[in-house]
Design a protein around this ligand. Structure first.
Ligand SMILES: [Zn+2]
Ligand SMILES: [Zn+2]
Length: 382
């Protein structure tokens, strides 16, 4: 079975010999850059941090939201001041027409899980479909032009459609990682106000580790985005391998993500994500609705052999097991997982508990995905 860690966040053990701690505790002149890595002179940064006023969590979250959701430019391969037209618009990672509209209730709302940081819990949240799975990633001209093949034609599983859909997921993931690094950098300037030096070091160290890890995955995503740019510019849709699984049943759950292949469905480890020397391969997945059910797309650069093994390990499940295993995987791996209220209300308490357990983990430790006794979805794969 999948091994979920006891603590949802990765814990690091450090001793007093750690370079970061030595730097933070050694004598330092006022004009030297601060030990926290802010590039601000020590006298204006952590020398006075303990005397600064504490910020409420609400205030931090509010400011952080603004830092996170700012417009960061158009992500079209051709983007430039002369080729972009119109405003940067909120692009949907998951198609609005079709998948999102299939799961909305009478008031056009759908559900997802969200961390409530104030109360340290995960909760079921309702969200208007216009706000679900969006990111401000393309100018209106490029958004319309680039995704035409996807938005104006029925899904036929062509490589072009799969690549375009996957490109949008990659851009969304990249946007959010960049936004996260900026908001973490922002947090590092206020989160430890008024705290003693020991807590300051703990907080700064954990933010620094997080940023370091995020930067690494940004590098990998940028390399992947580059491969998409090349394929789009030269229309070489075959430089990506796309595997489409069709299924019958109610599409009451939808999900999309660009993920790093650390473990496959059998629990084989392909890369250690916490070892920054190790390079991970990525794979992109999306769920869509089709005429009498849904489709699940996996897309990866043709030369990625681990990504292929990942998909093969999924394909090895029986037709009636695939939907449930995939649903478990979605909650574990993607925050872009949405579902209908109706579906959630039909779940048993033990199914809900299982979903919360999967969702709260920011990482997992391998182990094979075992189909649930009570399947989470009724999908039957072809
Ligand atoms: Zn500092
Ligand atoms: Zn543009």
């Amino acid at each position: 079975m999948v091994n979920l860690p006891s603590s949802p966040l990765k814990e690091f053990f450090v001793d007093d010999d750690d370079e970061f701690i030595k730097e933070a505790t050694r004598k330092r002149s006022y004009s030297e850059p601060c030990w926290c890595g802010s590039n601000i002179p020590y006298k204006k940064c952590h020398r006075v941090r303990a005397e600064q006023q504490r910020w409420s969590l609400g205030k931090i979250l509010n400011k952080q939201r603004k830092v996170f959701w700012k417009k960061r430019g158009c992500m079209h391969p051709d983007a430039s001041p002369s080729s972009c037209r119109g405003m940067i618009i909120d692009a949907h990672t998951i198609q609005r027409k079709g998948p999102l509209s299939a799961i909305v209730d009478e008031s056009n709302h759908l559900c997802h899980l969200e961390a409530d940081l104030q109360n340290q819990v995960f909760e079921l949240k309702s969200i208007g479909w216009k706000k679900a799975s969006i990111f401000p990633g393309f100018c209106s001209h490029h958004d319309t032009e680039l995704f035409k093949e996807l938005e104006t034609k029925p899904f036929e599983g062509t490589n072009q459609q799969c690549v375009l859909q996957s490109f949008r997921n990659v851009c969304c993931e990249l946007y959010k990682k960049r936004a996260l690094v900026e908001s973490l950098s922002y947090q590092s300037g206020v989160l430890d106000n008024g705290l003693d030096i020991h807590r300051q070091i703990e907080i700064q160290m954990s933010i620094n580790k997080n940023i370091e890890g995020q930067r690494k995955s940004i590098e990998e995503l940028e390399a992947l985005q580059n491969k998409f740019h090349k394929a789009i510019e030269s229309k070489k849709w075959d430089s990506f391998e796309c595997k489409v699984f069709y299924f019958r049943g109610n599409v009451e759950l939808i999900s999309a993500a660009a993920i790093q292949v650390d473990y496959d469905f059998d629990g084989n480890q392909h890369v250690d994500l916490f070892d920054l020397e190790d390079d991970a391969e990525s794979i992109v997945y999306t769920t869509l609705t089709v005429d009498d059910g849904g489709a699940l797309i996996f897309c990866w650069p043709r030369e990625f052999s681990q990504a292929k093994k990942f998909v093969d390990s999924f394909d090895a499940y029986k037709a009636e097991e695939k939907g449930d295993v995939f649903a478990q995987y979605c909650f574990l791996s993607s925050e872009h997982t949405f579902f209908s209220k109706n579906w959630w209300e039909k779940l048993t308490e033990s199914q809900k508990t299982r979903i919360y357990d999967l969702y709260r983990c920011t990482f997992y430790e391998g182990g094979k995905f075992i189909p649930s006794i009570e399947p989470l979805v009724d999908w039957v794969f072809e």
